[in-house]
Design a protein around this ligand. Sequence first.
Ligand code: SF4
Length: 331
Amino acid sequence: MLQGPVALVSGHGNRCLAASGRIDLAMTTETCAQGRAPEVLALDPELLLAWFDANVRDLPWRRPECTPWGVLASEVMLQQTPVARVEPVWREWMARWPRPSALAAASQAEVVRAWGKLGYPRRALRLHAAATAIAEKHGDVVPADVDTLLALPGIGAYTARAVAAFAYGRRCPVVDTNVRRVVARAVQGAGDAGPPATNRDLADVQALLPAEENRAARYSAALMELGQVVCTARSPRCADCPVVDRCAWHRAGRPAYQGPTRPTQKFAGTDRQVRGLLLDVLRGSSGPVERPALDAVWADAGQRDRCLDSLLVDGLIEQTDDGRFALPGEG
Ligand code: SF4
């Protein structure tokens, strides 16, 4: 029996989470009050794993021959970036830098250039820093346990657990936006997960994991896959969902989400866009560039200067003694 915030869509007396006030479960008042229906797990491992086995996308970092290093690189690249954009870059990186020590031996400029248009380029430097630590302190082998992974530079709570689970088959909660959304809907009956709360989110997913390690790791991958391809944010395909009959939110008639929301991230006109344009100039140059080449990419001088400063602070670019700008190490 699973512990914690158990995924009940029907249940007994004090096990009725709807009655706890914490969540709005898809449970009829009659069923809840009578308490006669058997407990049913909304995100039942049997259902989810059977669906996953039949529907798993064939992605290169999921293949048996993929190394833990490949898994780590994929997880860093996939944060906030779609699979279709990541896959070609990941393949290039794995061909060029098949081991952490290979990436560690590359310059920061090579790494930032090879990151291409994946966005959030600080991830490239973080991956480089993690590769350096793995090469120097861990014999060029990606660590398997969460605490050691967390001690690597640039590796956060999500990535550490994703690597432990997906590269080494460990039982640990892997929680990203997709997983939070699936749990919020299927288990908690809410249309959206709302703002993250790391400890609570981890505990919620931990409680759902099967006991056996490898099974738990596949379950984590299945949860994430369900959120990515079926239980999507804007258009959940409930008719294709393996847990549609048990999903609390669906059973409740998919009520509109009433809780707090995160601001939607736009791109056009943001500092992210300007930083990307400035970096593009440097990626396209084999050496330092003059200031006018950067000034040409964005008309708003204040925003442009702010973005240039932030790139310098982040170590993504550097300034030469004669005032030109370059990728790190190329000045
Ligand atoms: S796809 Fe629909 S039925 Fe499946 S978990 Fe999401 S909201 Fe529930």
